[in-house]
Design a protein around this ligand. Structure first.
Ligand SMILES: CCCCC/C=C\C/C=C\CC/C=C/CC(=O)SCCNC(=O)CCNC(=O)[C@H](O)C(C)(C)COP(=O)(O)OP(=O)(O)OC[C@H]1O[C@@H](n2cnc3c(N)ncnc32)[C@H](O)[C@@H]1OP(=O)(O)O
Length: 324
């Protein structure tokens, strides 16, 4: 147990990206615009709210902001749990900013990929208990963000009171639908989350799961119907950033908060050591294979055929949005 604790300290007690990541980080002031951090030392709970309109897509700066925010919260010994949420009620995160992938700058592309690897190291390997509050869509790297957390609660969707149209969020690794493959470590994370056969099917088909199906395969741990709750807790209201203060009666955030509180009550050393049992080897593997992974990614993404697929995809995305 002692050696496990020592190793836990090695992995989780120190900021991995301070010693391991060669890339630059944004100043906290800028990072705070992209990811809003709020903390409540009394309950030991923090909230990281992604705030990169329109879709919380992951640019290099967004990845760096996520890492910086985790670092800042981890430095506060009074905080044990963090909720990862979004200011956009319909999109948790649209995954990688696809404009980073099309006709990429050759110097920026590897740094961009390093920044995503760092999110894996910092979020998946965080000492904090992490709860993803998935209000809206979480495709591709959006799904990865959720899978890198310890617990996932997802909204069952809602009905627009004006148009009466139902909004049903989806989650999954849909990369094959873009003509690309999920990176091996992301695919393996899906395998560890939902099991081999479900992952094999979902990766090949690029399946985006609606909430009920996501729950059935184990991609999320709980789904929450949208009906507004009758009352809100003061502690949750205090934790919500001003941009989403009106969400205090949102049952999804309430459910995420109650799960964060459950985690915050577990003795941290025991919780962190047990987290290591399942995550340590994968974090170390990423660290060891980081350069190789970056070379694979850059080589793959810059292939002519892949660029063609990605360009067409981005065009379709823009056209779809323009038609609205
Ligand atoms: C042999 C060796 C092999 C080694 C292999 C190694 C590595 C593997 C290689 C590559 C791996 C690369 C990994 C990629 C993972 C990813 O994350 S790719 C990104 C995938 N994301 C998506 O497909 C989501 C695309 N978006 C949507 O489907 C929808 O937007 C939505 C999220 C479902 C929301 O729909 P909604 O109708 O509400 O909104 P809009 O579609 O109108 O979008 C609003 C607005 O946002 C912009 N936008 C959406 N998504 C993105 C994005 N991902 N990036 C950038 N911008 C995005 C959209 O364009 C609209 O903008 P506007 O026009 O300015 O309004």
């Amino acid at each position: 147990m002692n050696s496990l604790r020592a190793r836990a300290h090695l992995l989780f007690g120190r900021r991995s990206h301070q010693s391991l990541a060669p890339h630059q980080h944004l100043s906290p002031a800028v990072a705070n615009d992209l990811v809003i951090s709020t903390v409540d030392e009394n309950s030991g709970i923090a909230m990281l709210t992604m705030n990169r309109p329109p879709a919380n897509s992951l640019s290099m700066e967004m990845n760096e902001a996520i890492c910086d925010s985790i670092k800042t919260i981890e430095a506060n010994a009074k905080i044990q749990s963090v909720i990862l949420s979004s200011t956009n009620p319909k999109i948790f995160s649209a995954g990688l900013d696809v404009t980073e992938l099309v006709s990429p700058d050759k110097d920026r592309l590897p740094r961009f990929w390093n920044s995503l690897q760092q999110v894996y190291i910092d979020l998946y390997g965080s000492r904090l208990a992490t709860v993803a509050a998935i209000q809206g869509h979480a495709p591709a790297a959006g799904c990865f963000l959720a899978m890198a957390c310890d617990y996932r609660v997802m909204s069952a969707g809602d009905i627009n009171s004006d148009t009466k149209k139902k909004h049903v969020p989806t989650i999954g690794l849909n990369e094959t639908q873009l003509g690309i493959a999920a990176p091996p470590w992301m695919g393996q994370l899906l395998v560890r989350t939902v099991g081999f056969r479900q992952a094999e099917l979902a990766l090949a088909l690029g399946t985006l799961f609606p909430p009920e199906q996501a729950l059935a395969v184990g991609l999320v741990d709980d789904i929450v119907p949208h009906q507004k709750a009758e009352s809100g807790e003061d502690q949750l209201i205090d934790l919500l950033p001003s941009q989403i203060k009106d969400q205090a009666l949102n049952p999804l955030l309430q459910r995420a908060y109650s799960q964060a509180r459950i985690y915050a009550k577990i003795p941290p050393q025991a919780r962190v050591a047990s987290k290591m049992v399942t995550r340590e080897e994968h974090i170390f593997r990423m660290i060891a294979k980081r350069d190789e992974d970056t070379q694979h990614f850059c080589g793959f993404v810059t292939q002519k055929a892949v660029q063609k697929n990605l360009s067409a995809y981005v065009e379709a995305l823009k056209n779809k949005s323009a038609k609205k």
